[in-house]
Design a protein around this ligand. Structure first.
Ligand SMILES: C[S@@+](CC[C@H](N)C(=O)[O-])C[C@H]1O[C@@H](n2cnc3c(N)ncnc32)[C@H](O)[C@@H]1O
Length: 319
């Protein structure tokens, strides 16, 4: 996560992994350009003819990124789009393949710190949570639409909240469904008390997370990108994903591991019969995390998990 005055998360690792060597005509995509922190670092480190597409679904973020990246002129194209629109964006620019893709998932500091966006329980504001405030259903509308059972399932699955049923009951049995962050937080506190668990988190943290993931279809978006990468990464192209919760990280881990696996024979076969080749190479041994120093400087980096791969298999997809 980045904000004005914040450095982008694991900046040096992202640059090192996406730009292993200066190559002419490099093409990069920042799927979550946010405030342009990573994009700026990449363009500064890349050869002067490198080009970058920056996507974000939040028009405010794009405005900030546009100002920050103005000095790079025509090397940068910024588009308002969910990142599931990556292939479409590439087609618009006539890019068949891309050399480097970055996804720094989740919300930006700009979104968290703007109380009116409704992402945070730190202050009372309308319960919105849409990254693109011009379309889709707000968190308040979602709460009003779901019944108690559906809401309980959502909070359990997307928040991994053990008290999901109790919380859903408290929300749906309030006099009116909550329409502000304060009312939602109060409904959670009524269900579970103002307890603070591990890491001293507010008890409504996981409920807010679940709603945000649902409102922005965050897991569907991630799945869409993981489906598009094999078709769009150039041979030796690289992808770096920064996740901030285990639901995302698990998906990335599983998919990258599958691509890096050569043999896909069932385990009961004594010798390989598929003759399979790995399609990608893992660039991070296990998962990479920010240093203690970075977390001390920027506590919001605390939960970051970085995974990276290099694509090997041009033949497999180009035919
Ligand atoms: C953590 S911030 C990125 C910060 C950025 N790396 C920087 O250095 O400034 C995440 C950004 O991704 C955007 N975002 C999240 N999910 C998205 C999606 N599915 N499609 C497009 N943008 C998305 C958010 O609007 C937010 O601006």
């Amino acid at each position: 996560m980045d904000g004005l005055g914040h450095e982008p998360v694991m900046r040096a690792d992202v640059v090192r992994l996406l730009l292993p060597e200066p190559r002419p005509g490099l093409r990069l995509i920042d799927l979550t350009v946010g405030l342009g922190g990573h994009a700026e670092a990449l363009l500064e480190a890349a050869p002067p003819d490198a080009q970058l597409i920056g996507l974000d679904r939040d028009p405010n973020a794009l405005e900030r990124a546009g100002a920050r990246l103005e000095c790079f002129g025509a090397r940068v194209t910024l588009l308002q789009s969910p990142f599931s629109g990556m292939s479409e964006a590439m087609d618009r620019l006539g890019w068949a393949k891309v050399d480097g893709v970055l996804a720094d998932l989740g919300v930006s500091s700009l979104q968290l710190d703007d109380a009116q966006r409704g992402f945070s329980f730190q202050s009372d504001a309308p319960l919105d949570m849409r990254m693109d405030p011009t379309r889709g259903e707000s968190a308040a509308a979602l709460l009003a639409r779901l019944d108690e059972r559906e809401l309980g399932v959502l909070i359990r699955e997307l928040g991994e909240e053990p008290a999901a049923r109790r919380i859903a009951r408290s929300i749906k049995r309030s006099d009116e469904p909550p329409t502000t962050t304060g009312a939602l937080r109060a409904a959670v506190h009524r269900a579970v008390g103002p307890r603070r668990g591990r890491r001293n988190l507010d008890p409504s943290t996981l409920t807010f997370q679940a709603l945000r993931i649902a409102v922005n279809a965050e897991l569907d978006e991630l799945d869409a990108i993981l489906t598009q990468l094999p078709e769009r990464l150039a041979e030796h192209g690289r992808a770096v994903v920064l996740s901030y919760h285990s639901l995302e990280d698990r998906r990335v881990k599983r998919t990258f591991a599958l691509w890096a696996k050569a043999c896909v024979c069932p385990p009961e076969l004594p010798i390989c019969q598929c003759g399979g080749r790995a399609r990608a190479r893992a660039l991070t041994r296990r998962v990479a995390t920010p240093s203690e120093e970075e977390i001390a400087r920027n506590p919001r980096a605390r939960s970051a998990r970085l995974r990276a791969i290099e694509w090997l298999d041009a033949a497999g997809d180009e035919g």
